[in-house]
Design a protein around this ligand. Structure first.
Ligand code: IPE
Ligand code: IPE
Ligand code: MG
Length: 251
């Protein structure tokens, strides 16, 4: 009886909606504006943004999303004032230290995408520990895009492909879309079905450029610290109403 009641609750919460997208990417934007609108320092917006990350990971796992990629720090965000960059690096440290045990117990598998070169050594080590500890988990696959830029990722991929071509492992004629995809940080990860951006901005800001070729884009007019399970559900509902044609005609 108990299991049945739980199942009914889940159906009620999701409105009995269709399957959620397999892979959701989120551009978590608007922390600074959330804070400034309240007369608070931008750092407070980032701190509250971490709470939104926790709510969103829980909701995604509960709704049965398989892959969630969160854009946390872009390869361009180093251009911010050093104090803000330091604060954001500090938040990543705190998040991994405080939340890893819970994520692991929920069966979440954590991976990082982005350039690890140039990251502070202790952060690179924390990320490695999080990946190692959760590697066998079969629940939500959580990708943290940190020091990530789509163009920078493609440059690193092309360098690897070029090295293989020079060494004779790979013939230039054999290079196809699969070759490129295999050398990206997201090798083995299905392309995102939906990209959500909060804060009202309508751009990708260098997020998953290759992978989002056919992603449904959903722009949400709230700042990231206000994002929650209901906002995620509403984005999924929008996704469900879209007609994906991949260049073909509606079936
Ligand atoms: C998103 O919020 C967090 C990061 C980019 C790290 P912002 O810090 O970009 O907030 P806004 O866009 O300035 O409001
Ligand atoms: C994109 O947001 C990066 C992250 C959310 C981590 P930005 O705030 O850096 O993007 P722009 O500068 O508005 O394009
Ligand atoms: Mg922003």
């Amino acid at each position: 009886m108990r299991a049945q009641a739980t199942e009914q609750t889940v159906v009620a919460e999701t409105g009995g909606a269709a399957e959620p997208p397999t892979h959701i990417g989120i551009i978590m934007d608007g922390n600074g504006r959330w804070a400034v609108a309240r007369g608070l320092p931008r750092s407070e917006g980032h701190r509250r943004g971490v709470e939104a990350v926790r709510r969103t990971v829980d909701a995604a796992a509960r709704l049965g999303v398989r892959y969630l990629t969160l854009f946390s720090f872009s390869s361009e965000n180093w251009a911010r004032p050093p104090a803000e960059v330091d604060f954001l690096l500090g938040l990543l440290r705190i998040f991994i230290r405080r939340d890893l045990a819970k994520l692991h117990s929920q069966g979440v598998r954590v991976r990082m995408i982005g350039n690890r070169v140039g990251l502070p050594r202790d952060i690179a080590e924390l990320i490695r520990q999080a990946e190692d500890q959760t590697d066998g988990n079969a629940g939500l696959q959580l990708f943290v895009a940190f020091n990530y830029g789509g163009r920078e990722e493609m440059v690193r991929a092309v360098r690897k492909v070029a090295a293989e071509a020079i060494s004779g492992e790979l013939s230039p004629d054999a290079i196809d879309e699969t070759t490129i995809a295999r050398h990206l940080d997201t090798a083995d990860v299905p392309d995102p079905d939906m990209i959500i951006r909060t804060s009202g901005e309508m751009r990708l800001s260098n997020f998953l450029l290759w992978q989002s070729a056919y992603a449904e884009l959903v722009f949400v007019p709230i700042y990231w610290p206000d994002f929650d399970g209901a906002a995620l559900q509403s984005a999924i509902d929008q996704f469900s109403s879209r007609s994906r044609r991949y260049g073909g005609v509606a079936g």
